[in-house]
Write a protein that binds this ligand. Sequence first.
Ligand SMILES: Cc1ncc(COP(=O)(O)O)c(C=O)c1O
Length: 501
Amino acid sequence: MATKESLVSKLARGVKTALKPSNGTTNAKADRATPLLDARKAGTEATPKMLQQAAKDNMFLHFTRHSPYYTAKGEIPIITKAQGHHFWDQNGKKYFDGISSLFSVNIGHGRTRLAEAAAKQMKELDYFPLWSHAHKPGIELSERLLSYAPKNLSRVFFTTGGGEANETAWKLAKQYFKMMGKPTKHKVLTRAVAYHGTSHGALSLTGIPSMKKMFEPLVPSTFRVPNTNWYRAQDDFATEEEFALWAANRVEEMILFEDPDTVAAFIFEPVKNSGGCFTAPKIYFDRVREICDKYDVLIVADETIDGFGRTGTMFACEQYGFEPDMLVLAKGMTSAYAPIGALLVAEKLFEPFKSGTNIFPHGYTYGGHPVSCAVALENLDIFDEEDLVGNVARNQDEFKATLDKLRDLPIVGDVRGAGYFWAIELVKDKNTKETFNDKESEKLLRGILSHRMFEEGLYCRSDDRGDPVVQLAPPLTIGRDEFNEIEQILRGCLDEAWKAM
Ligand SMILES: Cc1ncc(COP(=O)(O)O)c(C=O)c1O
């Protein structure tokens, strides 16, 4: 048997080694049944039953508890079509898409214009990377994104999603400070219970311990500061502003504790998703800007969800009046019709790359794919033509007022959010704000609520990464009738859940 040393040196020199794959791993697929491929070859349609079986046999779904699918009654929901703010499953059941599928389909489903834009782009230039080259839809989309963005931002680095854009922000921050003669600045602050993505870097930025546990050790050098959970802070502070100032000052405390010479950036969502749509008053962002400027710490606004009208302005930083040094965008950019993400950066961060042999050694094969860029441009045309951001701004108070009616239910502790992005926090005792423990929360959310809402045809998120919440983020096209429909369905489900607990 090869010793470790000889094996390493053989591998290094490319010499064939004696190691073989273990028995049973080779050609395992050779005699597998392929009913879907057979149907395709025969020119026939796969039946719903065949699809269900093939999904169970072959797929490994994201963030999914698979065990229920292997029980007698367990079925993977298979979604077959979508139109406007509805989608249908393969049994023909219709659902209200109360969370824009994954906080993404901002213009609603079924817009054929985007399909045509994708087809046109594929026929003209199917693909070319943004590695030392550019293409027309990418150039046009860069200009377009910057036209909506805070004026200090002047460059666009494309990715394929939000997590990659957060990775990019952290790497760029590290390189920037190295090039500026501050090589020890590398740490990043993020907020507790924040979700910033799943790759090792983005997961390190994420503040949800249960998501990280299985992947430790992660990338070191990230630190958590408090989020702006005003509902749970109310007893300790006279006003929300006073509390927000306290929360912002924790950023300074952490920078000082970690040493300003080592801290590169603070990454946060202006309206924070995980934990349930935490907003903050303007004073929070003003104070954070002041602190970060004082210690030369970059501000990265992660608007993966917040962006593209979700919170009532094109980008959330606009309504809070602050200019981030970097802005993370994704989801709503194409309304999820094609994958894309972007990091918008201030010119000062691009400055060092204008001279000499300097490069940012970072990129993605599909970052800024021309088809996705073309789809994004068409999506943004629809945003402008239909004034979707204006629709949210005009209707957000009515949406809130409709959801606020649910406060008469004993289980509803808080209703919070902005624009078309709302969370309803569920409590055991309204007066004391006592929350459900882990076991109760499991029963409430997974055992009762998510099933009941799905049965009633409302797709939204019930989540307990923080305290238990139901979240809504519908397409930006809806109005009063749909707000009422959502409220009515939720009312019934929440009432039933309360009685069953
Ligand atoms: C705030 C935030 N950041 C980052 C991400 C990760 O984005 P992606 O899944 O596109 O990598 C998400 C995803 O939901 C998000 O909500």
